[in-house]
Design a protein around this ligand. Structure first.
Ligand SMILES: [Zn+2]
Length: 360
């Protein structure tokens, strides 16, 4: 048995997800059709095969080694990490000339369909291409302000015709005036690819602050709280903590890492921080309940409050709220969706069983 085959959801659940094209199973499994020799994502829009003709695999590589070819419609080999050629060409062009506004006509001249581009960016960055371009330009302007460029220059460099237009756009994006930004803590974000779909990681100088699935509904609220309550200026970028979490996450998903060592910074209420620190005590491959966490905190009646603090955890996977289950053994809710929670628990369980010596 290897870690790949050990992590599949129950068969009936995969059949249901495939027939329903359920997007939360994207990356959780692949479907390979014995009669056609082709494999797909669970969300493929091609006609659904008969369940009895389908073999399920945890990874696209496994389908290939079993002799299947990738579907031309849902392109299961195009991992989210690898942007398609036309996106890569566009990103290079943006790097070369960050000020260019990219009208629909300019996009079409490059052979890029604006609607397709919009959809790709929404799916992979959670925003439209033009919103991403603006954030990127403002992020560069912010970098300039932090390095001592005057606000007038930053406005000019980021392509704004008037200083007030720049201030407005800046304030709208970062919820802070450029003048104040020079004195606040930048919170840099990067997008990470995982087998369970794209995640966003945010880190400041002291450590990792947020790690969430991009499609988590609470993400916007969490980011707004970080901006408005904790005064962060959010901008795209990279630092050592973001590089470290990217490496550690890849090892975690390969079943080769059970404890994260990336430094964390967790702004929050006293109680929430106590709960998060208890969550970090639940060992890899094990589960706990709200009730027993409340008891460990010396507040046996507070399991509801523990549940709430658990839901406000911004550091998915690293602060392992997925290891908390119902007192009756049921999975209970998960911010990133229950199939992901089940996947993480199966992954950890399989890795623990593989490393434990045989019992006599
Ligand atoms: Zn397909």
């Amino acid at each position: 048995m290897n870690i790949q085959t050990a992590v599949l959801p129950p068969h009936a659940e995969m059949v249901r997800a495939m027939l329903a094209s359920d997007t939360v199973y994207e990356g959780v499994f692949f479907t390979a059709v014995k009669t056609t020799g082709i494999f797909c994502r669970p969300t493929c829009t091609a006609r659904k095969p008969k369940p009895e003709n389908v073999e399920f695999f945890a990874h696209a590589d496994d389908c290939l080694s079993a002799g299947y070819r990738a579907c031309l419609r849902c392109k299961p080999l195009d991992a989210a990490a690898i942007a398609p050629d036309w996106v890569q060409r566009l990103l290079k062009a943006v790097d070369a000339d960050p000020e260019l506004r990219w009208s629909d006509a300019q996009l079409l001249a490059e052979g890029i369909e604006p609607l397709k581009l919009r959809r790709w960016f929404k799916q992979h960055f959670g925003m439209t291409f033009h919103a991403w371009l603006r954030t990127r330009r403002l992020g560069m302007a912010l970098g300039g302000i932090k390095q001592g460029t005057s606000i007038d220059h930053a406005a000019f460099d980021s392509g704004y015709e008037s200083l007030s237009g720049f201030r407005d756009a800046f304030q709208k994006s970062f919820h802070i005036t450029p003048g104040r930004a020079a004195h606040s803590e930048p919170l840099l974000f990067a997008r990470l690819t995982t087998p369970l779909g794209p995640m966003i990681a945010m880190a400041e100088r002291r450590g990792l602050v947020l790690l969430e699935f991009l499609d988590r509904p609470a993400l916007t609220r969490e980011v707004e709280e970080l901006q408005n309550r904790y005064g962060y200026v959010v901008a795209p970028g990279h630092n050592a903590h973001l590089q470290q979490i990217e490496k550690e996450l890849a090892l975690y998903f390969a079943g080769k890492l059970s404890e994260f060592s990336v430094p964390l910074h967790l702004p929050g209420s006293e109680f929430a921080r106590q709960v998060w620190s208890e969550l970090r005590q639940i060992p890899y491959g094990h589960t706990s309940t709200y009730g027993s966490i409340a008891a460990r905190l010396g507040k046996p009646g507070a399991s509801r409050a523990v549940g709430l603090a658990n839901g406000h955890n911004r550091l998915s996977i690293v602060v392992p709220c997925h290891r908390v289950i119902g007192a009756d053994g049921s999975l209970t809710g998960y911010g990133g969706g229950q199939p992901r929670k089940a996947f993480l628990l199966r992954l950890e369980n399989a890795a623990v069983q593989l490393t434990q010596p045989l019992a006599f």
